[in-house]
Design a protein around this ligand. Structure first.
Ligand code: NAD
Length: 247
């Protein structure tokens, strides 16, 4: 018996990295999965992994920053499963540069995917969740949204915005028993972070009290907790998963 038996979960950006592991962990706990990413082919591996666990899975391809695309993906999931109990807004991008060199395009792209995308998907699932008087939304923010970072003003702003979105929507939906929380990962080993220069990685390691980088599994465990019954009295919170990097 898993703690999410009978639940339907939708994870955005689930083709690889943290999103793929989140989808797999939710399936391990008994949830059926809708997995979203930009491209149907990219999602094949995630689909296969979840199917192998004996869970139902639906692939939906689209762009989280596009309202029409989000509505189409949400409709497809509701048509297939009849409900969405858990939404994980995980899709995210970086376009790093120093403020003075940052183009308007790079600012807009990061805000569009990381913040507008979460707004659009949250809006799309809010009514069905409110009607069901039950639901859990988990937004994948970042430690950078709390403490800022050189070269990441667009990303930091998007993640700080996501935290504010989390708290505001948590207040709006609480009386319908829909909970909204955020996970703020620190330095997690994925393709996104592997591209950082070795010198930067070494510096970051020195700032982590637990003296190791996190794994996608560490983030996924926090998501499972915030999606399930064990966190029934928790809403509007930001759970840091960062090895003690920010306290
Ligand atoms: N890796 C880290 O150390 C770290 C730390 C803190 C927060 N995060 C956050 O965790 C989340 C996942 O990060 P990751 O490291 O796994 O990244 P990743 O690049 O490995 O995966 C992101 C996924 O999102 C998808 N995606 C991007 N734009 C999309 C769009 N417009 N519509 C639909 N899907 C889209 C990508 O195709 C990709 O599959 C992001 O929100 C990221 O900001 C990561």
């Amino acid at each position: 018996m898993g703690q999410l038996d009978g639940k339907i979960a939708l994870v955005t950006g689930a083709a690889r990295g943290i999103g793929k592991v989140i989808a797999e962990k939710l399936a391990d706990e008994g949830a059926d999965l809708a997995v979203c990413d930009l491209n149907m082919d990219w999602l094949a591996e995630t689909e296969a992994a979840i199917r192998q666990k004996g869970r139902r899975v639906l692939r939906v391809a689209g762009d989280v920053s596009n309202g029409e695309s989000v509505r189409q993906m949400t409709d497809a999931v509701l048509a297939e499963f009849g409900a969405i109990d858990i939404l994980v807004n995980n899709a995210g991008i970086t376009r790093d540069n120093l403020l003075v060199r940052m183009s308007e395009e790079d600012w807009d792209a990061v805000i569009s995917v990381n913040l507008r995308g979460a707004f659009l998907f949250t809006k799309a699932v809010a009514r069905p969740m409110m009607k069901a008087r039950s639901g859990a939304i988990v937004n994948i923010a970042s430690i950078i949204g709390l403490i800022g970072n050189v070269g990441q003003c667009n990303y930091a702003a998007s993640k700080a915005g996501l935290i504010a979105l989390t708290k505001s929507v948590a207040k709006e939906l609480a009386r319908r028993n829909v909970r909204v929380n955020a996970v703020a990962p620190g330095f997690i080993r994925t393709k996104m972070t592997d591209t950082l220069p070795g010198e930067v990685q070494k510096k970051m390691l020195e700032a982590i009290p637990l003296e190791r980088f996190g794994q996608a599994e560490d983030v996924a465990d926090a998501v499972v907790f915030l999606a399930g019954k064990s966190s029934a009295y928790i809403t509007g919170q930001v759970l840091g998963v960062n090895g003690g990097m920010a306290m």
